[in-house]
Design a protein around this ligand. Structure first.
Ligand SMILES: C[S@@+](CC[C@H](N)C(=O)[O-])C[C@H]1O[C@@H](n2cnc3c(N)ncnc32)[C@H](O)[C@@H]1O
Length: 320
C-alpha cells in the first residue's frame, strides 16, 4: 500500500468519531482542496500531493473510484474497469453496507483476480453514506496514539490531551511540514511531541520549571529533536508567531489576578503577535470578544470531557 498520492485523483477518507466535524476540518487544513462531506466520510479533490500520515482523526485514506445511488450499484459494479483497478490479489471491505454477502457475490462475478483476505495487494472499500462510495485503499492509520497517552509518558500529567486530539489540533493550525509551531503554555509537551513526531519544528514555553522538566523528559523519551523549550511567562513573548497551539490553564489558578485576567492578557498578546492561525483550548464557558483584540474566531468545536468539563477548541486568525 502506498501512503502518498501524486496524481490529482479524488481521495476518500473514513473519519474517526465522535467529532466528525473536527476530523473533516483536520483534512481541510492539511490538504488544501475541495471537500465534500458525507458523514462519516469525506471526499477531497486535492490541489497538491498528499502525505496521509499526518492525519490523526481519519481511519484510512483511499482513491475514490466511484459514488452511486443504492439502486445503481449493480450496474456500476458490472461496468467498472476492474482489470485496470485491481493489481494482484484483492479483498473487499465494507463500512455501513447492510448486505455484505450480496455485494461480495456481485464483486466475485465481476473480478477474476484471486481473493486474499490476509495479504491482499488491492483492498476495495465499499462504504455507505448518503450514497455508496467505492474506493481503493491507499493508507491505514496505524499511529500508536494509545501508547503515548499522558499517564504512560515519563513526565506524566492528568490534564494533557489525548495524543490523537493533540495531533489533530496541531494540524488544525495549518502549520506546513517546514513550519514552526509555538505552544506558549506547553506543560508536559503533548503538542510538542505530536508536532515533533510529524517532523515539524516547535518551541514551547511554560512558567512552571517543574512541569518543564517533565516536558524535557517526554521530548527525550520520544526522541523529539526539533523542539526547544524555555522557562518563560507566555505573557512576555514578543516575537511574531505564525502558528500557535495551546491548552490554556483552567483548573489551577496560575495568575495572581485570576484566570479571567490571564485569558484577557493572553488574547490581547495573541492579537499583537499572531500572523497566521492559532488553535486554543479553553473551557466551554469562556467568553471572549475577539474583535476587541483584533482577532477573528474562524471555527470552534466542543469536546465533552466529563459531566462538569466541556472543552472548546477555538480556531483563531488575525482580523482583517
Ligand atoms: C493545561 S496546561 C497545558 C497542558 C499541556 N498541553 C500538556 O500537554 O501537558 C497549562 C499550562 O500553562 C502553564 N502556564 C500557566 N500560566 C502561564 C504563563 N503565564 N506562561 C507560561 N505558562 C503558563 C501551566 O504551568 C501549565 O503547564
Amino acid at each position: 500500500m502506498s501512503s502518498s498520492l501524486t496524481k490529482q485523483n479524488k481521495l476518500f477518507f473514513s473519519l474517526a468519531g465522535p467529532h466528525y466535524d473536527l476530523a473533516a476540518a483536520e483534512i481541510a487544513q492539511v490538504f488544501p482542496g475541495r471537500l465534500h462531506i458525507d458523514h462519516p466520510f469525506v471526499i477531497l479533490a486535492p490541489m497538491k500531493a498528499v502525505i496521509f500520515s499526518r492525519l490523526a482523526l481519519s481511519h484510512w485514506g483511499s482513491e475514490l473510484l466511484f459514488s452511486c445511488k443504492d439502486q445503481e450499484l449493480q450496474a456500476v459494479v458490472k461496468r467498472a474497469p476492474w482489470e485496470k483497478i485491481v493489481k494482484g490479489s484483492f479483498a473487499v471491505q465494507t463500512q455501513g453496507i447492510t448486505d455484505k454477502a450480496a455485494l461480495e457475490q456481485l464483486i466475485g462475478a465481476c473480478i477474476t483476480h484471486p481473493v486474499s483476505l490476509r495479504q491482499p495487494d488491492t483492498v476495495l472499500m465499499f462504504c455507505k453514506g448518503k450514497q455508496i462510495h467505492c474506493a481503493k485503499l491507499l493508507w491505514k492509520n496505524t499511529e500508536k496514539f494509545q501508547d503515548r497517552r499522558a499517564h504512560l509518558r515519563p513526565g506524566s500529567s492528568p490534564i494533557s490531551l489525548h495524543p490523537r486530539l493533540a495531533r489533530a489540533l496541531v494540524n488544525l493550525t495549518g502549520v506546513p511540514d517546514d513550519g514552526v509551531i509555538i505552544d506558549p503554555m506547553c506543560g508536559t509537551g503533548g503538542f510538542l511531541i505530536e508536532a515533533g513526531l510529524m517532523g515539524i519544528r516547535s518551541r514551547g514555553y511554560d512558567i512552571d520549571e517543574k512541569i518543564l522538566a517533565k516536558c524535557k523528559a517526554n521530548l527525550d523519551h520520544f526522541k523529539i529533536e526539533k523542539s526547544s523549550i524555555q522557562h518563560q511567562d507566555a505573557l512576555s513573548l514578543n516575537d511574531p508567531i505564525s502558528y500557535l497551539v495551546t491548552d490554556l490553564p483552567y483548573g489551577r489558578n496560575t495568575n495572581p489576578k485570576g484566570i479571567a485576567d490571564l485569558y484577557e492578557k493572553f488574547f490581547s498578546l495573541l492579537g499583537r503577535l499572531l500572523r497566521k492561525r492559532a488553535v486554543v483550548v479553553v473551557p466551554s464557558t469562556t467568553k471572549i470578544i475577539f474583535s476587541r483584540h483584533g482577532l477573528v474566531e474562524k471555527n470552534s468545536f466542543l469536546i465533552r470531557v466529563h459531566k462538569s468539563l466541556t472543552r472548546k477548541i477555538l480556531v483563531i486568525e488575525p482580523g482583517p
